[in-house]
Design a protein around this ligand. Sequence first.
Ligand code: IPM
Ligand code: MG
Length: 377
Amino acid sequence: MDLLKTPVSKRIAVLAGDGIGPEVCGEAVRVLEAVAERFGHHFAFDHRLMGACAIDATGVPLPDATLDACHRADAVLLGAIGDPKYDHDPGAPVRPEQGLLALRKSLGLYANIRPVTAYEQLLEFSPLRADRISGTDLLIFRELTGGVYFGEKGRRPDGTAFDNCTYHRDEIARIAHRAFRAAQGRRRKLTLVDKANVLETSRLWREVVRELATEYPDVAVDYLFVDNAAMQLILNPRQFDVVLTENMFGDILSDEASVIAGSLGLLPSASIGDGAALFEPVHGSYPQAKGKGIANPLAAILSAAMLLDHFGLAEEARAVRAAVENALNEQVLTPELNNTAAYTTEQVGSFVAYGVLDLADCHLHHGNIADGKSTII
Ligand code: IPM
Ligand code: MG
């Protein structure tokens, strides 16, 4: 135990969710427990239902007990939600996604932060050319509680449907301030992505960001239309530092950017508001992989590292990231990133947890899932 640290005590609501959610979330919790042990902290995990599993058990995707637990917690750790049985009918009266949207809104999680890193060890796994993506390190700031996702929507008797896109300047300013501050701590470049040649809301985004830019003279601001941004992101991703954008554009661009990392299984995210905060991998519930031990837990583990940063535990977060880096170097990776000796979800999680504990006697025995021989002791 590191006795120089002041121990903290935190309550973490865990919404493991559906599909591979419980498996990857379990490994993130294992790693957080290792952090608690090494640094003398106390984390109380409060496991709750959300998503399809909650619909099955209670009839609703976000039961009140879950929402209350999230409001009481210091942070929320989420696995993934969604189940194919709800996908065939997108208009079904209850869907797992409604739970996630309601949770974001209720906790006021207006800023969704999605870092995208091209790990040198994994460049070959991206379908994009290694020389194009090498060195990419960008941060997407996606607005999460406004825009077309939450605007008035409906049907009219004349056969039309509508989803209104609305933004108030205060909704833009609060996330823009966060994005500017993040840029100040990085390479001091901010790119606003919008469609200001067509949309009035986008023109408001530009106006507000232009005004705020005067408060951050050390940050260079760039403006890109979303169609061009989608192209630039894969043509020359190194040009980006912090990307700021509205809800829908951020949803689309962050999936696109995940291709740079080589696997969706590596991308963490943080959703923050003025009080609450939620951490989740960017990937979905991947139902086909459920229970097979092949899901990559690193996105969930890196989300836990972002949670530690949020608690002000920077050294602890660094220890987790260093252990993940070690897993990449040693190729202790799940099958999508390891063609020769793949490891299981649990083995990757254990390896990272041991790394956090700094166990000098952590030995690695290469093998693979198929022969059941890879062990980490
Ligand atoms: C995401 C997801 C969600 C979104 C869905 C599941 C509602 O795609 O977090 O990016 O669109 O925000
Ligand atoms: Mg999405």
